[in-house]
Design a protein around this ligand. Structure first.
Ligand code: ADP
Ligand code: MG
Length: 898
């Protein structure tokens, strides 16, 4: 779809082509740069360095570009020269994907992609955000180097190295990141640029403290390199973790997030956009006060879920609760349901009868504490009903018993693998554990074989999604993908898409897709095609949409004596290698679509003559973009190739879309013919099921983005506060205390009566004696009294205790714990709110959500947090969690915005 000004690609193509031409004009000049290997000493940003004459030339050029940018030239001014230079550096130093030196000189199409990704200047400090769509096999890996070089010049132009950012090259998986960094390192080195690879967390997991320390140091070193290769998951988690630490020396990323180049951008920004990354930490029993607090809270939660489970299964009341299951929300709202609860499958919503709502509070009084307990019971009961109705052992999860202790292991619904390190969130983990414990040990006739090994729920300490992580990069984010969804990239994230033409004409043959009535007929047809290929030796890559389907296909192939390799998404590195070999003669490879993504499939000898790689899709993916991604595996760089898609009316996608309709009848009508369905209407209807899913998913992502706005703003404020506490020196710390006191006191005086203020801070200073009719005077008096009290403490400590730093560090540590605690509860609050907002029937649930959570943040969270911080700063001996802020009733909540 075109935007108002026309299509981004066509608008920019001539500008970009003009730049390419100028770069080509310089190619010869660059080629003549010396290759002299005599060693000389150069001055590299103040440090002498022994290098060859060749290296000296490139490094000096890099420094010259930095200087010119520093002195006011723009990236556009130096673009031609810099790209010509890095292109030459690639020619001299690049290694191929197999790790061996190979002369590669970036093609014009690669320059085109790079220039488009650099975008045009947008305002003083930003450039446009562009995604280059470049087909598989066209050489995106080299493009990253081109863009990264220009970005790093900008990122490191300052004379003050403390201001430098890195350029993060974000790749699809660890194996690729590692390989690319290794193959490209020499190019960067020639240009005087350092590069590194940061391995994922699972690769470096250890419990050995010494090893942990070594890993940390390695990681810190990697992150201060200029170019950093890693996956989005790795960097996002390291970034989140950096905001949960208690000492600056534990920080992993010591350069600000500034520049990111995202490979396979559609995967992270669209397919995985709504997958939240949650950093959780398990509190230790003898850890900090904060840990102890979390453990106590956990205990409370567990008792709550035990209570709700007992209630549900009739141990607290006389008999188990009765419920009715509905497929969809009541069409007729007035329908009376006579059971005690209704469970709506479609939305996983639960409705409790009025009688039950009364019953769960029968033993409670009308006090604030009991009201809170009532709410907690209510929500726990909902979770427990959900655990009963929607989560089944051996389907959604497994109970694994070892030495009489049982654990709940989640089963990944997409690929069927057990997810050992995952847990359900919200209250679901507790609800399921309580259910299993109950069923095993409390049900009549149970044999008491095991007890659940209750997971200490690790508290979520930080959370983000991929898109929201990328939004934290300050200066320039760009990306590349084989298949872009132009409209969605623009609407969701403001990325323009530039489509790079393929270098050679695409001669791939996409055969007519075939639709069958039943799965069995579809599979038969697929096997038939594979068998024919196997006879000639034409390699086949079979892409499935799930691990389950991979296994079905694999066993059918085996039954037909067709040799093949099956990938099950277990080992990235190994799979990359297997996928790379999928173009050899006689090879049949079965893989889910994601396996080995980003790996280049070269054709083996003789395969070209057989028609190239044959790619078969076993069913339509949840979006046509992913279908295209798979098809793009064939016919790379002008190679011959073939693709064919199969689907059936029994596919999940179709079933999901037409559930409860006449679909079953149609299937019956056509089944058994063993021929593809020719009826246009039915083909069209099947196709619509994919569109239906696409638009459903798009809406989810859009909603998610809208919900995210407030969350991101709040996180920014919290992280700023946290960073300030963490980084401040003694003087900075004193200033910070003063500022918090000022801000807090001003808000108090503006919004509260004297009596309320007495309630809030009367335990700290004598409010009565400080009172003045003049509000300004009153504020001043309070500020002075609070600050004096703090200073007083501080001064006596200073006399008593020479080690003032220890004293301050203690307060700082407590501050961090307070911030974390409030932030944690806010995250949970937002999650709950989001859930209720998405069920809300109001006119604009996003607005409602935004108003509610902003009010909560500004009126409750920040003032309470400051109050608690001030209380501790003035009474550092106070124990954690013993002080609970007094709340006072307010008429107009909006007034308290800080
Ligand atoms: P993509 O990521 O776009 O699918 P790759 O970066 O994996 O593509 O590159 C595909 C193949 O093309 C690799 O084997 C790479 O070595 C090769 N290649 C890329 N650019 C060039 C070039 N300029 N000259 C020669 N070979 C190239
Ligand atoms: Mg690639």
């Amino acid at each position: 779809m075109n935007n108002f000004f026309g299509d981004y690609t066509s608008i920019n193509r001539s500008r970009i082509e003009a730049i390419i031409k100028k770069i080509n004009d310089r190619a010869l000049e660059c080629r003549n740069i010396t290759t002299d290997t005599t060693k000389i000493t150069i001055d590299n940003a103040g440090t002498p360095m022994l290098v060859t004459k060749e290296e000296a030339y490139f490094i000096n050029k890099t420094n010259e570009f930095r200087k010119r940018l520093r002195e006011g030239e723009t990236l556009d001014d130096i673009m031609v020269e810099a790209l010509a230079l890095v292109r030459e550096a690639i020619r001299r130093r690049i290694k191929d994907s197999n790790g061996e030196r190979k002369e590669m000189f970036p093609y014009d199409t690669q320059l085109e992609a790079a220039i488009s990704m650099l975008g045009e200047k947008y305002d003083e400090t930003h450039r446009e955000r562009v995604i280059a769509e470049m087909k598989t096999g066209e050489g995106k890996t080299l493009v990253q180097i081109l863009v990264a070089y220009l970005d790093i010049l900008e990122a490191t132009k300052s004379e003050d190295k403390k201001e430098w950012s890195s350029v993060h090259i974000i790749t699809a998986n660890d194996a690729l990141a590692k390989r690319d960094q290794k193959n490209n390192a020499d190019v960067f080195a020639l240009l005087g640029i350092t590069s590194s690879f940061v391995p994922g967390r699972s690769a470096t997991r250890t419990t050995d403290p010494a090893q942990m320390m070594i890993n940390k140091i390695k990681k810190q070193r990697a992150y201060v390199c200029d170019i950093v290769y890693a996956t989005a998951t790795t960097i996002a988690f390291d970034y989140l973790e950096d905001h949960t630490i208690f000492s600056q020396k534990d920080r992993s990323i010591n350069r600000p997030l500034g520049y990111a180049i995202v490979d396979e951008a559609d995967d992270i920004l669209i397919d995985q956009a709504t997958n939240p990354l949650k950093l959780s930490q398990r509190p230790r029993p003898n850890g900090s006060e904060y840990d102890k607090f979390l453990i106590a809270r956990e205990e409370q939660k567990r008792n709550l879920y035990k209570w709700a489970t007992d209630f549900l299964y009739g141990k607290i009341r006389k008999k188990p609760m009765t419920g009715k299951i509905y497929d969809q929300y009541f069409d007729n709202r007035n329908e009376r349901f006579t059971e005690e609860y209704a469970y709506i499958k479609d939305t996983r919503q639960i409705i409790l009868s009025n009688r039950i709502q009364d019953e769960i509070g029968a033993d409670l009084k009308d006090t604030p504490e009991d009201n809170e307990l009532y709410n907690a019971r209510y929500f726990a009961l909902l979770d427990c009903i959900k655990a009963k109705e929607a989560f089944h052992a051996d389907v959604e999860y497994r109970v694994e018993v070892k030495d009489g202790k049982a654990k709940i292991i989640i089963i990944d619904q997409n690929i069927g693998r057990k997810k050992y390190s995952s847990k359900y969130t919200g209250g679901m983990q507790e609800a399921i554990e309580a259910k299993e414990e109950f069923l095993e040990n409390e049900m009549e006739g149970s044999k008491k074989r095991y007890h659940i090994d209750f997971s200490t729920t690790s508290a979520i300490k930080a959370m983000c999604t991929y898109p929201d992580f990328l939004s934290m990069y300050e200066h320039h984010v760009c990306g590349m993908t084989g298949t872009s969804d132009e409209e969605e990239f623009r609407n969701l994230y403001g990325f323009e898409t530039y489509r790079v033409r393929t270098r050679k004409r695409n001669i791939r043959i996409d055969e007519e897709p075939e639709l069958y009535a039943t799965l069995a007929e579809k599979y038969d047809a697929i096997i038939e095609v594979v068998r024919k290929c196997a006879l000639t030796g034409q390699p086949v890559l079979i892409g499935t949409t799930s691990l389950r389907e991979s296994q079905i296909i694999s066993s059918l192939l085996a039954k037909n004596f067709i040799r093949h390799q099956l990938l099950n998404a277990n080992n990235e590195e190994e799979e990359s290698q297997i996928v790379a070999g999928a173009g050899m003669m006689g090879t049949v490879t079965v893989a889910t679509n994601m396996a080995g993504r980003g790996t280049d499939i070269k054709l083996g000898p003789g395969v070209r003559e057989l028609g190239g790689l044959y790619v078969i899709g076993t069913s339509r993916n949840k979006s046509s973009r992913i279908d295209l991604q798979l098809m793009g595996r064939s016919g790379r760089q002008g190679d011959p190739g073939k693709t064919k898609y199969f689907s059936s009316l029994e596919d999940d996608l179709v079933r999901e879309h037409y559930k409860g309709s006449a679909l079953e009848g149609v299937i019956k009508l056509y089944s058994g013919t063993k021929k593809p369905i020719k009826n246009k209407k039915i083909i069209e209807a099947a196709r619509r099921s994919q569109e239906g899913r696409e638009s459903k998913d798009k809406k989810i992502r859009l909603d998610n983005e809208k919900f995210n706005i407030s969350f991101m703003r709040h996180r920014r404020i919290i992280y700023e506060n946290r960073d300030e506490v963490l980084n401040s020196d003694l003087l900075g710390f004193m200033n910070m205390i003063k500022r918090i006191i000022v801000k807090y006191t001003e808000t108090l005086v503006k919004n509260y009566t004297k009596e309320d203020i007495k309630k809030l801070i009367g335990h700290l200073v004598p409010v009565d004696t400080l009172y003045d009719n003049d509000n300004n005077k009153f504020t001043e008096n309070l500020i002075n009294a609070l600050y004096d009290k703090f200073k007083q403490n501080f001064d006596t400590k200073k006399v008593k205790n020479k080690d003032i730093q220890v004293y301050v560090d203690n307060i700082k540590r407590k501050f961090l714990e307070i911030i974390d605690l409030y932030w944690l509860s806010h995250i949970e609050y937002l999650e709950d709110l989001k859930l209720s907002a998405s069920f809300s029937m109001g006119s604009d649930p996003f607005k409602e959500y935004e108003v509610t959570c902003t009010r909560m943040f500004a009126n409750e969270l920040i003032p309470s947090m400051y109050n608690e911080m001030i209380t501790y700063a003035l009474n550092p001996e106070m124990k954690f969690g013993t002080y609970k802020m007094q709340t006072v009733e307010r008429e107009d909540e909006e007034k308290l915005l800080l």
